[in-house]
Design a protein around this ligand. Structure first.
Ligand code: NAD
Ligand code: TYD
Length: 351
């Protein structure tokens, strides 16, 4: 079959990437989706079992840091577009060791940009770079990030993502590469690796383990349902303006401690425990170094110009997320065996 587009989705086996791949494979049978992923600890082909036999889906194991892996994928599959999600994504890991973040997030992104520039002739292409609101730094109690907020990254993770964003922008201004960018707030949903706050708390509540809240739990995050993020990427990829960036968020701010209490109550009900049981597991631990206080997004450009808005309320999304984790023990066992145990004890044992 002659496909209308052959889209390289990097990081398609990760949390957000797998949701995006599933959406595109099902919604666009006339596109071929080439999932290019190194399968690090965060990448799991189990996330895509339901689409792996689709006629418009291909998996390629490759490393974006290797220019030859990237070039081979472009040549073999005649790549027409890129949606770039591959990254080292966890702030705590970036504090322990920044270099993998520089390699994958910066060098890997430049390899993809360079290969796209060399490979593409004409203008009928899109390089969509998926990034984070953390590039804008930290807010005080008031205000919101918009596309115009100056970059002020503070963690090695956000510094590496900001750097990659600057390279994407530089390739547009310098070479005219047809890029689009999006910067999204914190996502939650199924298939989220349990090193991040929400899935880690769900698993620990289920297993009656301590719930490690950093500092006083007063830091604020703006949580968005992962399906709404990938719908936004779909809209921006198809109708966003070339050379522009879009901030994505759900106007859904929570302090970490309120969110953990909310999850405890929800899970006590689902697990048939007396209300108040799981809250006793909350344990305040040493704060993250350089912990950003607050993130919040004003997504009005995306809403007004492209007509996107979040589709579900937070309690509905969180209910679905908890139900998914409770129903998918096999997935949890797979991703938390071996290396995860070591990570967990390194990160939390003497905190
Ligand atoms: P994730 O850690 O769950 O998945 C990352 C994926 O990238 C994994 O499948 C991994 O195997 C792959 N990968 C890592 N290094 C690679 C390399 N060198 N070559 C090829 N593949 C590699 O991350 P996520 O949470 O799904 O985030 C995806 C993207 O969205 C990232 O760019 C992240 O910065 C951005 N983002 C995430 C959030 C969030 O809340 N999770 C919010 C905004 C933006
Ligand atoms: P995280 O899910 O790592 O996302 P990010 O740091 O990219 O926002 O963390 C979300 C918030 O939860 C952040 O303020 C740090 C806090 N946190 C905890 O309090 N305890 C934990 O065990 C983790 C992983 C995070």
């Amino acid at each position: 079959m002659e496909f209308k587009k052959r889209i390289l989705v990097t990081g398609g086996a990760g949390f957000i990437g797998s949701h995006l791949v599933r959406l595109f494979v099902n919604k666009y049978p006339d596109y071929q989706i080439i999932n290019f992923d190194k399968l690090t600890y965060a990448g799991n082909l189990e996330n895509l079992r339901d689409v792996e036999n689709a006629p418009n889906y291909v998996f390629v194991k490759g490393d974006i840091v290797s220019i030859s892996d990237v070039q081979a994928a472009f040549e073999t599959h005649g790549i027409t577009d890129v949606i770039h999600l591959a990254a080292e994504s966890h702030v705590d890991r970036s504090i322990e060791g920044p270099m993998d973040f520089v390699l994958t997030n910066v060098v890997g992104t430049v390899n993809l940009l360079q290969t796209s520039k060399d490979f593409w002739k004409g203008s009928d292409h899109v390089f969509h770079h998926v990034s984070t609101d953390e590039v804008y730094g930290s807010l005080g109690v008031e205000g919101f990030f918009t596309e115009k907020t100056p970059f002020d990254p503070r963690s090695p993770y956000s510094a590496s993502k900001a750097s990659s964003d600057h390279f994407v922008s530089a390739f547009f201004h310098t070479y005219g590469l047809p890029i689009k960018m999006s910067n999204c707030s914190n996502n939650y949903g199924s298939h989220h690796f349990p090193e991040k706050l929400i899935p880690l708390m769900i698993l620990n509540i289920q297993n009656n383990k301590p719930l490690p809240v950093y500092g006083k739990g007063e830091n604020i995050r703006d949580w968005l349902w992962v399906e709404d993020h990938v719908r936004a990427i779909d809209v921006i990829f198809h109708t966003g303006k070339i050379g522009e960036s879009y901030t994505i968020g759900g106007l859904n701010e929570w302090t970490n401690i309120d969110l953990v209490h909310f999850l405890c109550r929800m899970m006590d009900e689902k697990l048939g425990r007396e209300i108040g049981t799981s809250e006793k597991l909350i344990t305040y631990v040493t704060d993250r170094k350089g912990h950003d206080l607050r993130y919040a997004i004003d997504a009005s450009k995306l809403e007004n110009e492209l007509g996107w808005k979040p589709s579900i309320a937070f309690d509905e999304g969180l209910n679905r997320t908890v139900d998914w984790y409770l129903a998918n023990q096999e997935w949890i066992e797979k991703v938390t065996s071996g290396a995860y145990q070591k990570y967990y004890s390194n990160m939390y044992s003497d905190r």
